[in-house]
Design a protein around this ligand. Structure first.
Ligand code: URA
Ligand code: SF4
Length: 273
């Protein structure tokens, strides 16, 4: 094995280890060497500056060839300014539906506007409402692990929700609230122009695909949203409630399909490294 092959094998073993940590699945073979490599990388990360500018961008890491798209892709600075304007001028103080009466903060969404992957959840919970950021509670911790298992950092994907304000008591957003709020989401997707959308949970999947089909039927199957590939998977909060081998394996299978689609290296499999 030459040096390049060796480091590739290490990278895949590292991914396998992270997957095992995120999903509690032991379908992967992990060598002592890669455990040590992972420990070294983890300690390097904590020493590194947390500044966003030092984080490698998703676009630098994805090896997939560009797709043919009909619209000119916006530059990063254009994307940043369009998203910023939408947030500051429209979303931040949005009065359009009843959820504005009970929210603390709107939750616009965050991440790399050039990311090839966009995660779409349901709506802010208590922690998200207090902090004004998506997926920062328990479900968010699990989502972060999933993203790490994919070989990415949270800053390298874009995370949003179908409604930007917390439904009281974490109830499901009502159809009229979803209808009023989702034009914001649609514009975010158009600006970001991801290669793949991952919907988290049933409400997000049903809205995006305009279907009443169940999660059981839809998850793990490629869908289409206006020419963008869409992968429905379970919501991390559901996985926390139903922490079985089947649900965890299902999510990891779905996410690996996404990784393959965007050209991210897949983790080493048991018995073939
Ligand atoms: N659940 C969601 O669907 N979205 C969040 O932002 C947090 C929890
Ligand atoms: Fe506006 Fe959406 Fe909040 Fe309703 S949920 S007030 S539409 S930002």
């Amino acid at each position: 094995m030459n040096v390049a092959d060796n480091s590739k094998a290490h990278a895949r073993a590292r991914l396998a280890l992270r997957a095992e940590r995120a999903f509690g699945l032991d379908s992967v073979r992990i060598s002592e060497e890669s455990v040590q490599a992972e420990a070294k990388i983890t300690s390097m990360k904590t020493e590194a500056s947390p500044e966003f500018s030092t984080v490698p961008r998703a676009t630098d890491l994805f090896a997939a060839p560009p797709v043919t798209i009909s619209l000119p892709v916006k530059s990063t600075s254009e994307k940043v300014s369009l998203l910023k304007m939408m947030n500051e001028n429209e979303v931040r103080d949005c009065p359009k539906c009843r959820l504005c009466e009970t929210r603390t903060n709107t939750v616009f969404g965050e991440g790399d506007p050039d990311s090839k992957i966009m995660f779409i959840g349901e709506g802010p919970g208590e922690n998200e409402d207090l902090q004004g950021r998506p997926f920062v509670g328990r479900a968010g911790e699990l989502l972060n692990k999933w993203i790490t298992a994919m070989g990415l950092r949270r800053e390298q994907v874009f995370i949003a929700n179908i409604v930007k304000c917390r439904p009281p008591g974490n109830r499901e957003p009502a159809p009229d609230e979803v209808a009023t709020c989702t034009p914001y989401l649609v514009r975010q997707i158009e600006i970001i122009h991801p290669r793949v959308i991952v919907t988290l949970g049933r409400p997000s999947m049903q809205y995006m695909l305009q279907t009443k089909n169940s999660m059981g039927k839809m998850r793990g199957t490629w869908q289409d949203w206006r020419g963008v590939k869409l992968m429905p998977t379970y919501h991390p909060a559901y996985v926390l409630r139903s922490y079985t081998y089947e649900t965890r394996k299902a999510v990891w299978d779905d996410l690996q399909m996404v990784m393959k689609e965007v050209g991210l290296p897949l983790p080493a499999r048991k018995g073939k490294e």
